[in-house]
Design a protein around this ligand. Structure first.
Ligand SMILES: [Fe+2]
Ligand SMILES: [Fe+2]
Length: 203
């Protein structure tokens, strides 16, 4: 447990930890969090499909992301089951302010290679922040069952973060990846700092 926590902290590289008040807010609106979370998982699955379609000539990417589609869809189903257990329905998809802000930072022009690197790093970042948020929930919630529930997601998203960085390192020079990753981390720090803390959102 302690090792993983340290690993998560060191590996993810996130510049700004989530405001500790977020867990308390989220705890009061767990049903809202479940709906938002369900859509996050759904979007993770569909984005992996998009990446496979867009970069179909990249064999390793196609091979490695195919099972992640299944895994993310499995996550969606787990969250959906949790909603149904509580006699709740999925509800409408919400505006994802965090992800929209990140998309603004993606290179619009430049080479297709540069755009690919940004796509992969955006995913790595969303996985990293999701992992950090699930870690907070897995440590801070009162309900033991829900703490364990989020711990599974935390471990899984940590693995996805690592995979996206590995894919970057496969297709781009390490120095290029590190330089751009650092820019992404700095940008994300600002995004997090400026965002309102909401207990009804995963991010
Ligand atoms: Fe997931
Ligand atoms: Fe994931």
């Amino acid at each position: 447990m302690e090792k993983l926590q340290t690993d998560v902290k060191n590996i993810l590289g996130l510049q700004l930890p989530s405001d500790p008040r977020w867990v308390n807010l989220a705890e009061m609106q767990l049903e809202e969090i479940l709906t938002d979370h369900a859509y996050c998982e759904q979007k993770a699955a569909t984005t992996c499909i998009t990446l496979i379609q867009r970069y179909s000539d990249k064999d390793k990417l196609v091979k490695e992301l195919s099972p992640i589609v299944t895994e993310e869809w499995g996550h969606f189903r787990l969250v959906l089951a949790e909603l149904h257990k509580r006699k709740l329905t999925l509800g409408k998809q919400r505006k994802d302010i965090y992800v929209n802000k990140l998309l603004e930072f993606q290179k619009k022009g430049g080479s297709s290679e540069e755009r690919m690197l940004d796509h992969l790093l955006t995913m790595a970042l969303i996985e990293a922040r999701s992992c950090e948020r699930f870690k907070r929930l897995s440590e801070g919630l009162d309900d033991d069952y829900m703490r364990k529930f989020y711990r599974k997601f935390m471990e899984s998203e940590a693995g996805h973060y690592t995979l996206f960085i590995e894919l970057c390192d496969t297709y781009f020079p390490k120095t290029t990846v590190r330089k751009r990753w650092k820019e992404w981390l700095e940008y994300e720090e600002k995004v997090m700092d400026e965002m309102e803390i909401r207990g009804d959102r995963v991010h």
